[in-house]
Design a protein around this ligand. Structure first.
Ligand SMILES: NC(=O)c1ccc[n+]([C@@H]2O[C@H](COP(=O)([O-])OP(=O)(O)OC[C@H]3O[C@@H](n4cnc5c(N)ncnc54)[C@H](OP(=O)(O)O)[C@@H]3O)[C@@H](O)[C@H]2O)c1
Length: 322
C-alpha cells in the first residue's frame, strides 16, 4: 500500500510517498481503509524536528476517517464496512490503510460525510475542552487567536453558540471574511499595527478570555487585553515557535490567570472524549455547525500540505486524501 514516509527531519519535501507493507490488525485492533486523514499543525513541528519524539522512519498521522477493513483476532466482525473515526497511536495515518485500537473507534452519524467528520473529530474535542477549561460563560468577551485556523473555526462556532461575545483575530481579509461568516461578533486583523486597540473598540474595553496557541509577540499583546481581576489566558500551543512568557508578578498585579491545556488529558478519558466528539458531530449532522475544510491534498502531495500550513496559507482544516 502507499504511505507518506518521513526518513529524516527537515523541510516539507522530506515527506515522500512510497510502498510499505499493509498493516494487519493485532488483538484489540482493526484496520481502516483511510478516506481522509487530518493534518495537524503539531505534525509540521514533528516533521521539521522542532518537536522530537518520533523515531525514524515514520509515517505521521493521528486522526483518520474511513471504513473498517479487517478486525483483529477476537474482534467484532460486524464492524467491517462501518464508517468510523479513529485515532492511531500517533503514527501511521498518512496511508491507504491504518491499524488503530478498536476502542478508539467512533461511529460517524448518518448524514455526515467522512471528510466533514474527520475535520471536526480531534479538534471538536479540543475546542470543547478549551471552553470548559476557561469556564466561558454567556456574555464573556472572548478573543480567539488564529480564528480562521483548524481549531479556531471550531472554537468560534462553539463559543458563539455558548453566547460569548467572540472576537476572531486572524491575518488578512480572506481569513476575516471566513470568521465573520462563522458567526464571530467582531473580527480584527492582528497583522496590522494597533490591532489591540481595534479589539478594545470592538468590545468596549477588555476581554475575559484569550485562547492562545500562537505565543510570542501576538500572545503577549493579547495578554495585555485581559480584564483585571477576572481575565484568563489559556495557552495550548506555540505556533509562532515561542510559547507565551509571563512572569508571576504580572499575574499578581492585575489579578489574572494563565493556564495550560492539553487535549491529551481528554483523550486519556475515552468515554469523556467520545461524549465531546459525539456532541459536535451531532450538531454538524443536524446542519447546526459548519465543518470548515479549506484544503484537500492527495496523499502524494503531503509535502505541499505541510508547506501550506507552515506558510499560514490555510483556512480551517487541511486533509490528505489517499
Ligand atoms: N494543546 C493541545 O491539546 C492542542 C490541540 C490541538 C491543537 N493544538 C495547537 O493549536 C495550534 C493550532 O493548530 P491547528 O492545526 O488548528 O493550526 P491552524 O490554526 O490551522 O494553523 C496555525 C495558524 O496559526 C497562525 N500563526 C500565527 N503565527 C504563526 C507562525 N509564526 N507560524 C505559523 N502559523 C502562525 C496562522 O494563522 P494567521 O495567518 O491567521 O495568523 C496559522 O494559519 C497548534 O499550535 C497546535 O499544536 C494544541
Amino acid at each position: 500500500m502507499r504511505a507518506v514516509v518521513l526518513r529524516e527531519f527537515g523541510p516539507p519535501a522530506r515527506l515522500t510517498i512510497g510502498e510499505v507493507p499493509e498493516p494487519r490488525p493485532g488483538a484489540g485492533q482493526v484496520t481502516v481503509r483511510v478516506a481522509a486523514v487530518g493534518v495537524q499543525f503539531l505534525e509540521t513541528q514533528v516533521r521539521s524536528g522542532a518537536l522530537r519524539g518520533a523515531g525514524l522512519p515514520v509515517v505521521l498521522g493521528k486522526e483518520i476517517a474511513g471504513e473498517v477493513k479487517e478486525v483483529g483476532p477476537g474482534g467484532d466482525p460486524a464492524l467491517v464496512g462501518t464508517r468510523v473515526l479513529a485515532s492511531t497511536s500517533g503514527t501511521g495515518g498518512y496511508a491507504e490503510i491504518a491499524a488503530v485500537p478498536a476502542d478508539s473507534l467512533i461511529p460517524i452519524p448518518a448524514g455526515l460525510g467522512l471528510h466533514d467528520a474527520v475535520a471536526l473529530y480531534r479538534y471538536g474535542a479540543t475546542a470543547q475542552g478549551l471552553i470548559r477549561a476557561a469556564r466561558v460563560a454567556a456574555g464573556d468577551r472572548v478573543l480567539v487567536q488564529a480564528a480562521a485556523g483548524a481549531v479556531g473555526t471550531v472554537l468560534v462556532q462553539l463559543l458563539t453558540r455558548a453566547g460569548a461575545t467572540v472576537v476572531g483575530a486572524a491575518r488578512g481579509e480572506r481569513k476575516l471574511d471566513l470568521v465573520t461568516g462563522l458567526g464571530a461578533g467582531h473580527v480584527v486583523d492582528y497583522s496590522l499595527p494597533g490591532w489591540t486597540d481595534r479589539v478594545r473598540e470592538a468590545v468596549g474595553g477588555s476581554v475575559e478570555v484569550v485562547f492562545d496557541h500562537i505565543g510570542g509577540t501576538l500572545g503577549q499583546e493579547a495578554f495585555g487585553l485581559l480584564t483585571p481581576g477576572s481575565g484568563r489566558q489559556v495557552v495550548f500551543g506555540f505556533s509562532s515557535g515561542a510559547p507565551l512568557e509571563v512572569a508571576p508578578m504580572e499575574l499578581m498585579g492585575r489579578g489574572l490567570t494563565v493556564s495550560g491545556f492539553s487535549a491529551g488529558l481528554i483523550w486519556n478519558r475515552p468515554a469523556f472524549a467520545r461524549e465531546l466528539v459525539t456532541e459536535v458531530l451531532g450538531l454538524a449532522a443536524a446542519g447546526r455547525f459548519t465543518p470548515v475544510i479549506g484544503q484537500r491534498f492527495p496523499l502524494e502531495k503531503a509535502a505541499d500540505a505541510h508547506a501550506a500550513v507552515e506558510a499560514r496559507d490555510t483556512l480551517g482544516k487541511t486533509l490528505l486524501i489517499p
